[in-house]
Ligand binder design. Structure first.
Ligand code: ATP
Length: 233
């Protein structure tokens, strides 16, 4: 469904991605793990059309997307969910949700999708008029995820959904990620919490200083000595 081939990105003289190739198949949860500065956010931003690669290609549903504008990429169904703190903090919860659906013409379906979001995260329904910036960290993550869902993604890229969450909320958010996959939405998950990511995903890629150093079945990587030492210790 998503195929990245030999992708390279530089910021001036910083070579942030040094030839990344990966694939996400329809219906999968694939995770990308790696330490701070490995290039995870750069990869997501490049797939989203926010950064132009200097080399390589990105195809989504067999079509090249690496020259498209970010909003065209979203319209194709390839949607990045930023980490929770990047919601619009000076807008209400309801307004944030509206932004997620603003490009959609199927307004009746949007209403149904909104009800589904409320059933996944009932707390958001109670907070519709609250300024998003005053939500707790966990509620902000839920809002970011909900906003992504309302843009009707085929493939959702999640950037650090566990960041700043209390353990009980991490479990809630990851339950939702699995529910989202069960609805038929494919997921590329960027996560610092390698244990959780590998428990949730079917397959994984390990990124180190701009290169994929390991990849495979998540369960296999969970037992891989190098992964245990570097990421699970
Ligand atoms: P983290 O988990 O800490 O966010 P990451 O894996 O997402 O890290 P990136 O943010 O993609 O890593 O950064 C990859 C490399 O590119 C880092 O060395 C970083 O310093 C560098 N970098 C990122 N953004 C820029 C920028 N705008 N200008 C220059 N260098 C940048």
């Amino acid at each position: 469904m998503l195929k990245v081939t030999d992708l390279q990105v530089s910021y001036g003289h910083v070579h942030a991605l040094k030839g990344i190739s990966l694939e996400v198949k329809q219906g999968e949860i694939v995770t990308l793990i790696g330490a701070n500065g490995a290039g995870k956010s750069t990869l997501l931003r490049t797939i989203s059309g926010l950064i132009r690669p200097s080399h390589g290609s990105i195809t989504f549903e067999e079509e090249e997307v690496d020259r498209l504008s970010p909003d065209t990429v979203v319209n194709r169904g390839l949607v990045q969910v930023p980490e929770g703190r990047k919601i619009f903090s000076n807008m209400t919860v309801a307004e944030n949700l509206k932004v997620g659906a603003y490009q959609r013409k199927d307004k009746e379906q949007v209403k149904e999708d909104l009800e589904e979001v409320y059933s996944l995260f009932p707390i958001l329904k109670d907070r519709l008029d609250q300024m998003a910036g005053t939500l707790s960290g966990g509620e902000q993550q839920m809002l970011a995820l909900s906003r992504g869902l309302l843009s009707k993604p085929k493939l959702m890229m999640l950037d650090e959904p566990s960041l700043g969450l209390a353990p009980v909320l991490v479990d809630t958010v990851f339950d939702v990620i699995e529910k989202v996959r069960d609805k038929g939405i494919t997921i590329l998950l960027i996560e610092q919490n390698a244990h959780l990511a590998l428990e949730t995903a079917e397959r994984a890629y390990v990124l180190e200083t701009g290169k994929i150093v390991l990849s495979g079945d998540s369960k296999t990587l969970l037992n891989d000595q190098a992964v245990i030492e570097a990421y699970l210790g």
